[in-house]
Design a protein around this ligand. Structure first.
Ligand code: GCU
Length: 324
């Protein structure tokens, strides 16, 4: 079939427009922490890297403070390709891709070094890649330290003190089971609702790391002055991209996005380490009571959680525990 000149011209214009469009890429990224929090600054470092490495062709806009929705909703939006990138705790991701829930198991990591060894080794990679099953691609992990209990009026000095207390949990079955094992009454709530729930007494307490609790984070210390250093979990953060966005990128741009995410990891980690120490000091200064406990007692109480998940995580659980 012969094309008329007008049709050929129209086609050429459309192709040209298409290729220009394909070159300019804008990615939207969500985070539920405040704008100066280490995870958000990590995403900003990723954005700078991408923009510089692509000569301004790839722009990544970062929306902090839960502007694009709470964690669960932003994960869903990333699955659907409505949001391109999200930084979230791995806990709620376990509800979309069960294997990811393994990181929320109580006392699964001996310490910070063990956590990094696992997430930056073959297991970490397996789980990043496994997210494909949930229409997402895992790019990198960020640090989130250890999680600890804090309460508004009843200090927690032992497992017995948790009996019947209403403790906010992340939207994660593993975390719910952990609270049950401790005898607490778990109340799953979005992160953004925790401050007012503590303030109004809807919940008795919550659990998180020092930076989230302190003035560099969402300031729960203002409404829950008893902080118990029991370090029951060490749940890493994750940066994920929508599989539909990822698949639309050229092979070269996919590599750039991966590179940029990895380049932001040491930036986030350095800011994180500084903020942990700073936050602890600041909350003590503000009057929080820091409580130390017999951690072995908390560990022993978690045995039923390991029994419940032994089959589901099986080999994965053991491989993490065995990582030296
Ligand atoms: C951490 C994490 C948040 C998460 C929060 C939570 O603070 O950085 O992204 O929402 O835990 O307990 O929900």
């Amino acid at each position: 079939m012969r094309m008329t000149r007008t049709l050929a011209l129209a086609l050429a214009v459309a192709l040209l427009a298409g290729s220009t469009l394909a070159q300019q890429i804008t990615l939207r990224a969500a985070d539920n922490q405040p704008a100066t929090y280490p995870t958000v600054l990590g995403l900003m470092a990723m954005a700078e890297y991408l923009e510089a490495a692509s000569d301004g062709r790839i722009v990544m806009e970062v929306f902090p403070g839960g502007q694009l929705g709470d964690e669960r909703s932003t994960i869903e939006q990333v699955q659907l390709g409505v949001i391109d990138i999200v930084r979230t705790s791995t806990s709620p991701v376990g509800e979309f891709y069960p294997a990811m829930g393994v990181y929320s198991m109580p006392f699964i990591f001996r310490d910070e070094a063990h956590m990094w060894k696992v997430v930056q080794g073959p297991i970490g990679k397996e789980l990043l890649d496994g997210l494909r099953a949930a229409d997402m691609v895992g790019l990198a992990y960020y640090d989130s330290g250890s999680r600890n209990f804090y309460t508004a009026t009843t200090p927690i000095r032992s497992v017995a003190d948790l009996q019947g207390l209403r403790i906010r949990t992340q939207q994660s079955q593993v975390v719910l089971d952990m609270m049950d094992a401790l005898g607490a009454d778990p109340v799953p709530l979005a992160f953004g609702e925790v401050y007012s729930a503590l303030q109004t007494g809807v919940i008795d307490g919550a659990e998180n790391n020092y930076p989230s609790y302190g003035p560099g984070g969402v300031r729960h210390y203002e409404v829950a002055p008893y902080f118990t250093e029991n370090a029951h979990a060490r749940v890493p953060e994750i940066v994920m991209i929508s599989a539909s966005t990822y698949d639309r990128l050229s092979a070269e741009d996919r590599a750039l996005v991966r590179e940029a995410a990895l380049a932001s990891v040491p930036v986030q980690a350095a800011l994180w380490a500084a903020l942990v120490a700073e936050s602890r000091e600041a909350v003590v200064e503000a009057g929080s009571e820091i409580i130390t406990v017999d951690i072995a007692e908390f560990q022993d109480a978690m045995a039923p959680v390991y029994e419940k998940y032994a089959d589901e995580y099986g080999d994965l659980l053991q491989r993490i525990l065995d990582t030296e």
